[in-house]
Write a protein that binds this ligand. Structure first.
Ligand code: BGC
Length: 548
């Protein structure tokens, strides 16, 4: 059942259309028995990812950090936190990945550092030191209140008072994550130096964390209220139109500097995380030419409550693959259904269709197979998050076991990040699913342990085998990797489109609902049938790909 797995013949860079596998290092594999995953643990299990057929890994931060935001608060960009290992461990990881044919991407957090970073220690010391404006400092308003109304993503004002300078400093996430002053050329230089450091160590790409948060209105003008659009408001942040606190157009100039450095090292894959309301114009601006980034990572599916045909069509329609009215190139999207910040897609989406509090195991399995088929058919890069290939479900973590500061601060209306960060199950027969020999930092649930890698690897009909098959299919298909996506139909539960290029044309149809649909597919041979989908009939949660 394995399709030809050689990459489609193309002159494009390796990353275009590639499937990337995201690793959350705390939860992948614990090699030293301290309950927390680490770099040698990743190295030990890279063969799982190579076997799966992903072309690259993206590793969430492993840099020196007090771990208040579990590594997204960096205290030294050029070293490894001892929890995760050493630089030698990182070098060994890269060597093993490359030997297996996997590219390595790391996660650069450039909008903020940890408050424990020496840069911040220096900056906060007084108002006259050489790094005094490496962060965003401002005097209080005359009444002592913060300089602007800006709110932080994780709740509460984006400003914290600092007694040393008798000023406020800005932070868009936790107060332990002071905002770097991205407008400052010296800060940009330092961050380019960090980029170079990791390129010299052999990395093949970067995910650029919260990049549109990197620059803000230097006049610190107040954000206006957000218009009521029905989207949920769980934090003060949600009530604002963040036009001044983020998304400053100067980010594009910095992006061109990053791209120039990367350009010295060959085909480096750079993907920007771009959140916020209506992100597409920025995603395109960040990726619209060879002198900018490779791709921008979409949030379109990450928090969606249901995977509807209309949602998919709407997301794809924003990337028609044509230059805009002014002749500017469009750029290139990246898609993910799951990551370390959003509740697992299987748990978000399957129950919406089965209309039951808890879908049966058979329904979950059918849904998970369909979901992967939709993902591999999308035009752009695709990202899988660890455990998605196993059908892992969101775990419910009780309040007393929560670790994520966002979850604790906003409980019970949290982003549920702990529940998607529970450890990978490797061996259903071993304690803690074989993830660790001691107490894991977050518990594994029995339902997820039952889906362990070992169990599924032994079963050719498993979801793991299915995911491997579909990634192989995509890799071997120039139409799926890079072809145009046209004729998208979203009619009730039916989603259909054609992926095509000079070499081939594929008609892809999906039934995202729990009823049966009749269809009339164009002539051709069936390349793929998921859950008994055929050119005439799509049973619940089925799909068919037809080569014309
Ligand atoms: C990361 C989060 C992190 C935040 C602050 C993001 O968007 O994905 O995990 O908490 O940036 O760095």
């Amino acid at each position: 059942m394995t399709p030809a797995t050689t990459a489609a013949a193309t002159s494009s860079p390796w990353w275009r259309g590639a499937a990337v596998y995201q690793i959350y290092p705390r939860s992948f594999f614990d090699s030293n028995g301290d309950g927390i995953g680490d770099l040698p643990g990743i190295t030990a299990h890279l063969d799982h990812i190579a076997y799966l057929g992903a072309e690259a890994i993206w590793i969430s931060p492993f840099f020196t950090s007090p771990m208040v935001d579990f590594g997204y608060d960096v205290a030294d960009y050029c070293d490894i936190d001892p929890i995760f290992g050493t630089l030698a461990d990182f070098d060994a990881l890269v060597a093993r990945a490359h030997a297996l044919g996997l590219k390595v991407m790391i996660d650069l957090v450039f909008a903020h550092t940890s408050d424990q970073h020496p840069w911040f220690a220096e900056s906060r010391a007084d108002r006259a030191n050489p790094k005094s404006d490496w962060y965003v400092w401002a005097d209080p308003r005359p009444d002592g209140t913060p300089p602007s109304n800006w709110q932080s993503v994780f709740g509460g004002p984006a400003w914290t008072w600092d007694a040393r300078r008798r000023q406020y400093y800005m932070h868009q996430f936790l107060k332990e994550q002071p905002q770097l002053n991205g407008h400052n050329p010296a800060v940009q230089e330092a961050l380019l130096g960090v980029t170079r450091f990791w390129l010299e160590r052999g990395v093949d790409g970067f995910r650029l964390d919260a990049l549109n948060h990197m620059m803000f209105d230097p006049k610190l003008r107040d954000n206006p209220p957000a218009p009521e659009d029905g989207s949920p408001r769980t934090r003060p942040f949600d009530y604002q139109d963040r036009r001044y606190s983020q998304d400053h157009p100067g980010v594009v100039d910095f992006i061109e500097r990053i791209a120039a450095v990367c350009g010295e090292y060959g085909a480096i894959f750079t993907v920007a995380e771009v959140g916020g309301a209506r992100p597409e114009p920025r995603m395109k601006a960040y990726t619209s030419s060879d002198s900018r980034l490779s791709s921008a990572y979409s949030f379109a599916f990450l928090y969606a409550e249901a995977l509807t045909p209309a949602l998919v069509k709407g997301a794809l329609a924003k990337w028609p693959g044509r230059p805009d009215a002014k002749g500017r190139a469009e750029g290139w999207p990246s898609w993910a259904f799951d990551n370390h910040d959003a509740p697992r897609s299987l748990s978000r989406w399957c129950p919406c269709y089965t209309r039951a509090a808890d879908a049966t195991e058979a329904e979950k399995d059918r849904w998970a197979r369909l979901e992967i088929a939709v993902l591999v058919a999308l035009r752009g890069n695709i990202f899988l998050y660890q455990g998605q290939e196993l059908g892992l479900e969101q775990d419910e973590i009780p309040f007393h076991l929560l670790k994520d500061p966002e979850a604790i601060a906003n409980w019970p209306l949290t982003l549920s990040r702990d529940g998607v960060r529970t450890p990978m199950p490797w061996d259903a027969g071993a304690p803690h699913g074989g993830f660790t020999t001691s107490e894991p930092w977050l518990p594994l649930s029995d339902k997820n342990i039952a889906r362990a890698v070992g169990t599924q690897a032994a079963d050719p009909t498993s979801l793991l085998a299915h995911t491997r098959y579909l990634l192989g299919l995509r890799k071997a298909s120039p139409a799926l990797r890079e072809g145009a996506l046209e004729g998208c139909v979203a009619r009730q539960d039916l989603l259909a489109f054609t992926r095509s290029c000079a070499q081939e044309s594929l008609f892809c149809a999906f039934n995202l609902g729990a009823g049966t649909l009749t269809i009339k597919a164009p002539p051709g041979s069936v390349l793929l049938s998921i859950n008994d989908g055929s050119p005439e009939l799509l049973p619940p949660f089925s799909a068919v790909f037809i080569r014309g």
